[in-house]
Every structure is written in C-alpha cells, then in structure tokens.
Design a protein around this ligand. Sequence first.
Ligand SMILES: Nc1ncnc2c1ncn2[C@@H]1O[C@H](COP(=O)(O)OP(=O)(O)OP(=O)(O)O)[C@@H](O)[C@H]1O
Length: 223
Amino acid sequence: MIVLDNVSHDYGGGPLFRDVSLRLEQGSFHFLTGPSGAGKSTFLKLCYGELQPSAGQVSVLGRDLGQMTRDQLAETRQRIGVVHQDCQFLDHLTVEQNVGLPLTTTGRELTESDLTDLLGWVGLGEHAKALPPTLSGGERQRASLARAVIVAPTLLLADEPTGNLDWEMSQRLLMLMVELNRMGTAIVIATHDMNLIRFAKAHVNARVLRFSGRKLQIAGAEL
Ligand SMILES: Nc1ncnc2c1ncn2[C@@H]1O[C@H](COP(=O)(O)OP(=O)(O)OP(=O)(O)O)[C@@H](O)[C@H]1O
C-alpha cells in the first residue's frame, strides 16, 4: 500500500528525517505522531506525491511515485483521500457541491441520499447549502473529511483531522474512519491527540508510528 525505502527529506536546512524504511499494508490503520515540526505533514505529502523525497523511494498503491507520469499520478490520487491541515474549498460552491466534487469531476454517480447521509454523519446537514467562507474551523475540517471519504478511497491520509473539534465530534469522525477501514480503506492519521489514539485502539487494530530523533519508528504497545 505504502512502501518507503530509505527515504530522507531535507527542505534545505539539514535533514528533517533520514533513512526511513517501512511498509504500511492494505487495510491497515496507523497513527503518525511526534513533536510539532518533526515531519508528519511532510511524510503525508511524500505519500501522495505532493513532495518528492530528497533521497530514497516512495511507492504507493504498487507504484513508485518518482517514476510516475502526470497522468499516472492523477489516476493514483483518485484512489487516495486527503484531509489537509489547511482545508481549502472552492468558495463559490456550496458545502455539498464541494464535498461531492471528487465524484462529479471523475464522472462517478452521486446520489442525493448518500451525500445527505454523509453530511449528516459529520454534523453538517444544516450547512449543506452554505458557502465555505461562512464555516467555522471545525466545520471546515468536517467538510474536508467528508470530501475525502466520499469516494471510498483505497487509502486515506488525514493531517490532524480532529484538531479543531470537541471530543464528542472527534470520536464521531474517528468512528467514520474506523468504518471506512472495516470496508478495506488503509488509514493514516497524523495527530497529537493521545486520547484519540487510545479511543481508536479500543475499536480497531491501530499501530502508532512516531517521529523521534530524525527517525520514524513503530511505537510500542504502551500507548
Ligand atoms: N515547504 C517548506 N519549506 C521549508 N521548510 C518547510 C516546508 N514545509 C515544512 N517545512 C519545515 O519542515 C519541518 C517539518 O514540518 P511539518 O509540517 O512536516 O511538521 P509536522 O510534524 O507536521 O508539524 P505540526 O505537528 O506542527 O503540524 C518544520 O520545521 C517546517 O518548518
């Protein structure tokens, strides 16, 4: 699903992380933790080809990202749902149009009831016709998650998807990701929230990857 082979990254000021090799299997569930600035967002960007590593190889969904043509990269990205830390929307489209966009732009069918169910699940039923600039930070995060999961992606990469949410809504969104994982989607969530990780571990076989000392390691069972 995701294979990193001796991956290092450096933005120009010295290595952020070095010689990371790991394999995340199909249908797996991982959290990505570590101090602020350790490289969690960078890692996620490497996994969907927004960044190329300074050294090493990243393969996603069976293909080496560094060898892909633009068309192959676009095709691969259609199978990856991404929740960015700074959620961007098309501000002239409504929330429901934004959430449905990954389906409509790829010619896939979108039923009104699926969209209504999903918006209801993330607590945005009443904001379906709103424009994104009128949403709060937490509402934007929820819309961003809905947009990422609507295609039932093979892989979901989520960068602090619950950062602006209260605990009840965080649990609700986590359960949405757990359900998606049960249907086969591999999930990687970058988070600082240890309570979220503990909560998840009660529902799913989640592993924790931790950045420490310029390395990325599987954390022990202590969490
Ligand atoms: N485009 C860039 N150019 C130069 N430096 C960058 C760039 N993007 C990120 N960095 C730096 O790389 C380091 C890692 O950033 P990254 O966003 O991956 O960390 P993070 O672990 O996700 O942090 P946080 O938990 O605060 O979101 C930071 O020091 C950041 O300033």
